[in-house]
Structure formats: structure tokens, C-alpha cells
Write a new protein. Structure first.
Length: 314
């Protein structure tokens, strides 16, 4: 009896397995079809969510599976943008350079020149940025593109304190775009540079013969007070030591006072330089606020135009 039930159990199990085989074959034959639109959209979603490194992987997967797809150029450009947004500027330069090599004379290729220049600015390489913009001027005959390259280059010159070169670059912009860039108004404001109040480092150093006077000249009032008090106290201590026939203590105090006094002179001169740098920075910010930065990218990178000139730092 027991063996009979055991045999029935085996038969039932075999029947279940046989019934399941057709559906198993169907599942085994089912495959996922990767579509170009879905893959590109997936990469775009990551990019817009700020998941830049994941976006790079998905753009590269799109290029791998769909090498003949028309959007491959866009994917390569977006890889460069993703590196840029992720603050990996060297990798961004490599990505944008590849766009230029593989797709010369296209709109994205021209944008890549501008983004490479921006990367160099971010890396503190203004000369390389200017070199890239000059390369763009050589390869493009489109006047709008050339004018934008000149405009951006002029702002780099301003950041480098090369005011004459900046003005020369502005002057090269074509007449048809001069109004769009509000160059007449900008030139008038640049001419006001001569009225910027600056401090003479030599004067600051000479005034520091009297401790604190150089800092006072540079409007560093707290530093002036500290310098005057410390130097005065050290000088007083040295004089008292010598008056009390304590030459050893007087010599030691004098030794330290010489170092403190020299440091005060250097600090005053440095304060003058810092004051002038701050004045220049404030003036550049004033120029940016009253310039035509918002019209950049009329033909090129509208989405990222403000980032280049509005956020240049060295």
C-alpha cells in the first residue's frame, strides 16, 4: 500500500514537470530588447537628476550598443558636460576634445571649444583658455561664433588685469553684434578704471617706519592698532632693559623686535596689494552686473552661457 502511494506521488510530480515545460521554454526564449530611445533617455534622466557619473556610464553604454545612432555625437558631448558638472575638468577636456576630433565643424564641436576654454579657466589656466578660443577663431568663419569667442576672451583678459588686450578683443567684435553685447556702455565703464582708488605698496612700506601707519593707510585699522601696540611694547621693554643695565635681556628683546618690525613692514606692503586686488575684483563684479552677459550664447550654448563669464575665477 505504501509503495503504491509512493509510485503515485512520483507520477504526479512527473506530470507537473511535464506541464511546466512549455511555459519554461517560453520564458527561456523571452529576451529584453534594448531600444536606443530608452537607453538615451535613461542617461538623460541621470544627467538631469545630477547623477553625473552614472549618466556617463549610461551614455557610454548607448554609444557601445548604438554606434551608428545619430545621437552618438550628442552623447559624447553630454559625457563632457557630465564631467564638467562633476568638477572633473581634465576628463571633461578629454571628452570635449574627442567631440572636436570626431565631429569637426559641427555645432557641438564649436560648443566643445567654448567648454574646453571654460575648463581651463576653472583649472586656473587662463593662457590655455585663450589658446583654445584662438583655435576656435581659426576654424570658424561664422561671425556670431567668432564674436562670442572674442567676448569671452576679453573677459579672461580682464581677469588677468590685461585691460588693453581686453579692450582690443572687444573692439574686434563685429558691428552687427556690438549692440547686443552693449560694448559702447561696457567701454565707458572700463574707462572708469582709472578712477578706482588704489594704495601704493611703496607708500605703505615707507609709512610703516612708524608701526601701524602703513596698515592705517590701507584701512586695516585693527592690524594698525595691533602693530602699534606690539611694536611699542617691545621697544619699551628693550629700552627698559638697557636702562637697567640688563644687556642680555635688552639684546634678546631687540632681536625679536627686529623680526616683528620687519614683519610689520612686509604686512603693510602686502595689505596694499590685497586692497588693490579687492578693488579690482569689486570693479569686475560691477562690470559683470552691468554687462551683456545674459546675451551670450545667442547661437551657441544658451544653457551654459552665463556660467563662463559669470563665474570666472583664478
Amino acid at each position: 500500500m505504501r509503495n503504491r502511494w509512493h509510485a503515485k506521488g512520483i507520477l504526479i510530480l512527473l506530470a507537473v514537470i511535464l506541464c511546466a515545460l512549455p511555459s519554461y521554454d517560453i520564458l527561456a526564449e523571452t529576451s529584453v530588447v534594448l531600444k536606443a530611445d530608452d537607453q538615451f533617455g535613461f542617461a538623460e534622466d541621470y544627467f538631469h537628476q545630477g547623477e553625473y557619473y552614472r549618466a556617463i556610464g549610461e551614455y557610454e553604454r548607448f554609444i557601445h550598443f548604438f554606434p551608428k545612432e545619430p545621437r552618438v555625437e550628442s552623447a559624447r558631448y553630454k559625457i563632457g558636460l557630465a564631467y564638467f558638472e562633476g568638477q572633473r575638468f581634465k576628463e571633461a577636456i578629454e571628452a570635449f576634445s574627442r567631440v572636436i576630433q570626431e565631429y569637426p565643424d559641427t555645432e557641438l564641436s564649436l560648443k566643445s571649444y567654448l567648454k574646453i576654454a571654460e575648463c581651463h579657466v576653472k583649472l586656473g589656466q587662463p593662457d590655455e583658455a585663450l589658446g583654445t578660443l584662438n583655435d576656435l577663431l581659426k576654424v570658424s568663419q561664422d561671425q556670431d561664433v567668432r564674436d562670442e569667442a572674442l567676448y569671452r576672451g576679453a573677459w579672461i583678459f580682464l581677469e588677468m588685469d590685461e585691460w588693453e588686450k581686453a579692450q582690443a578683443a572687444f573692439d574686434e567684435i563685429s558691428p552687427k553684434n556690438r549692440d547686443a553685447y552693449r560694448l559702447q556702455e561696457l567701454s565707458e565703464k572700463i574707462n572708469k578704471k582709472e578712477s578706482i582708488k588704489t594704495k601704493n605698496p611703496t607708500t605703505a612700506g615707507l609709512l610703516s617706519i612708524v608701526p601701524g601707519a602703513g596698515h592705517l593707510y590701507c584701512q586695516r585699522y585693527r592690524d594698525a592698532l595691533v602693530s602699534f601696540v606690539l611694536n611699542g611694547a617691545m621697544i619699551f621693554a628693550a629700552v627698559e632693559a638697557f636702562d637697567n643695565d640688563n644687556e642680555a635681556l635688552g639684546g634678546l628683546v631687540t632681536f625679536f623686535e627686529i623680526g616683528l618690525y620687519s614683519g610689520s613692514l612686509y604686512s603693510a606692503v602686502n595689505s596694499a596689494h590685497k586692497y588693490n586686488q579687492k578693488q579690482k575684483h569689486n570693479f569686475l563684479e560691477y562690470l559683470k552686473e552691468h554687462s551683456a552677459l545674459e546675451v551670450l550664447g545667442l547661437r551657441l550654448d544658451k544653457e551654459h552661457a552665463l556660467a563662463f563669464c559669470g563665474k570666472i575665477t583664478f
